[in-house]
Design a protein around this ligand. Structure first.
Ligand code: 5GP
Length: 203
């Protein structure tokens, strides 16, 4: 009874490229149907394995700027030369019934942290710098130039790590996912997220 009266929240996962977050997202979403994924808008071109409307909403720069000017985004940022943004109306509608999990960069996360939206922030890092560099190079979908840009961005993102609440070292997928689930469970049980508790028990 009381559980139904809990407030949902936004789960922000921040990770530099190569942090291994894609696998984490897949597993969390497969295991938890009550958590929905926030599909971002981007002006980047779709990679070969990406589906429009599932991985991203791929839009033109013109359309993106129009949406940004109309105030459609909860946050937006220019990342590696392309625009990325989170739809405000989408997030608000999902939060009525579910938690929503999102994959955004440090700039975007900070914009949401300055908003009224109830959120938790989790930073994900690969197990070591060596593994991380290997993962960055090994993806095979990006040029050396793109990898260098991502590396520079990632290094500057790590400098801001202490602004976030939780850190997950992604040394083992199961372990990382379990830790994230534990964080979500604990956050669900914060007093602030129970609605009407006084009315329910207070008589
Ligand atoms: P990728 O193009 O490799 O999918 O993502 C590049 C970067 O953009 C990643 O750091 C990812 O977290 C970030 N990103 C993806 N969607 C959004 C978004 O909606 N807003 C912001 N600010 N960053 C995003």
């Amino acid at each position: 009874m009381i559980n139904k009266n809990k407030k949902n929240f936004l789960i922000i996962l921040i990770s530099p490229s190569g942090g291994g977050k894609t696998a984490i997202f897949k597993k969390i979403l497969a295991d938890n149907t009550e958590i929905k994924y926030s599909v971002s808008y981007t002006t980047r071109k779709a990679r070969i394995n990406e589906i429009n409307g599932v991985d991203y909403n791929f839009v033109s720069e013109e359309k993106f700027i129009e949406m940004k000017q109309s105030g459609d985004f909860l946050e937006s940022a220019l990342v590696h030369g392309y625009w990325y943004g989170t739809s405000k109306s989408y997030v608000i509608s999902i939060l009525k019934n579910n938690h929503i999990i999102m994959d955004i960069d440090v700039q975007g996360a900070k914009q949401i942290m300055n908003s009224e939206i109830d959120q938790i922030t989790i930073f994900i890092l690969p197990p070591s710098r060596e593994v991380w560099l290997e993962r960055l190079k090994g993806r095979g979908t990006d040029s050396d130039e793109v990898i260098q840009v991502r590396l520079k961005t990632a290094e500057s993102e790590i400098k801001e790590i202490r602004d976030f609440q939780y850190l997950i070292i992604n040394d083992d997928l199961e372990n990382a996912v379990d830790n994230i689930k534990t964080i979500i469970k604990a956050e669900e049980n914060r007093i602030q997220r129970y609605k009407n508790i006084e009315i329910y028990y207070g008589g």
